[in-house]
Design a protein around this ligand. Sequence first.
Ligand code: FRU
Length: 527
Amino acid sequence: MSSCLDAARPETAPAGTSRFRPAIHFSARDTWLNDPNGLVFYGGLYHLFFQNNPYGNVWGNMSWGHATSHDLLHWTQHPVAIACDETEDIFSGSVVVDHGNTSGFGTADAPALVAIYTSAYKSASEHSGTQAQSLAYSTDAGMTWRKYDGNPVLTRNSANFRDPKVFRYQGDQGACWVMVAVEAQHQKVVFYRSEDLKSWHFLSDFGPANADGGEWECPDLFPLAVDGDPDHIKWVLIVNINPGAVAGGSGGQYFVGHFDGDRFIPDPDSLVAPAGVTSIHDPKTRSAALQQCLWLDWGRDCYASVSFSDAPDNRRIIIGWMNNWDYANELPTAPWRSSMTLAREVRLTAVNGSARLIQQPVLAGLCAGEELTPVKDHMGADSFELRDSALRLPEAVPGSAQIIEAEILPGSAERLELRLFGSSDRSKGTVLSYNTTTAQLILDRSQSGNTRFHEKFSSAESAPLVLEDGVLKLLIVVDHCSVEAFAQDGRTVMTDLIFPETESPENSLSAVGGSATVLRLAVSTLT
Ligand code: FRU
């Protein structure tokens, strides 16, 4: 069967070489990308496969691109891993290391990497009009892939059955493979099990629940110890939704509960209201109800987040696609279009008795013994008063990402305001603010630069944010065309794309309507 690729292109994505090219986020060299696929740590490298159009910079010809990294910040792009052909597009899925050689694709000593992906069948296929799950495997550490002759391995004769995430489940009766996938238009996560990755048995389904106003896509399921307590394990079910997310368009929600090897049972405090009677279906109460769902990210540009298989030290690390289907195909960059979020380590912590996810960006090599990425301190300051007159911060350096860390006591201020890529008269810029009256964190990109390329791009997002001990804690990563804000040690995360104009480069911090105390401020660059 001929592939829809004519040439392989081993390339390293040139970081920061064009105005909006991110320095520490993965973007494809000169083509389109969407969802992260097949995230796996293998042979000392993080592998990122991704939805890729090898021929252009809009969605189409879906294939799996491939990149690897030592530190999750700097990526090397490799030739396309699994290419579409005349019968199928290669939609999203996952990769497992088949340690026990259950599939027979490798050997006990040299386990194969097995990709479980969605075959989106085209009109030339006998399965035309359906989506089903297929396998491909690699015995050379992910560099080349062979499709399994017995594909597809799992079909439901459905047009929207996709995005399989497979993991090894260790239950009372021994180990097996578990797949979570979606019936996208029915807002259902479906669960299957297998001994050999080839033959699958239906277990159960989950949904609709909480945000269900769009297609459910790209699920993930994993256990985490609450506050690190090995005797208090909870399961996290990630369900991405498009449209219908809290900030509009695409986004990722999660549920906390229990998985017993057969079904997922959500904790009652993870649900907005019993299924079917949620206020989410009433247009008058929908937006308030959406704010009560559990969101991975409250911004506009974090979608299709899924986690790595086999990450070192049993860590759970996720990456999302930093974009939104509302305007994804029209982002003003060329020849590349779109990038991934930073890798984020997720943990569970108890918040008022409920287990909730916290996320920290992975900003230094996680691999033990690896050299850490140098972080240069540009500004550090001890406690001082902040007033309405804006405090200038160092400007972003082209080719580098900027990391801004702040701990602030709001005092009498009505609003704390961090302005990025702004103008001195404060009419321009991307503004991250904390409103002390409404206790909301707001990311406003309406004056951020080029917002004109799509009518749905200009926006301001908000998230409820309760301060601990009265202190606002922020860690913000700015990388050419993106802002990722991690508030309160990663309890609330907001990610937005921005396309700033060159004539407004100023960064500043101010307290509006009163004075605040800055307890800590650090600005550093990461190249
Ligand atoms: C999510 C998604 C997946 C699908 C892929 C196709 O962004 O729609 O459901 O597998 O993208 O590119």
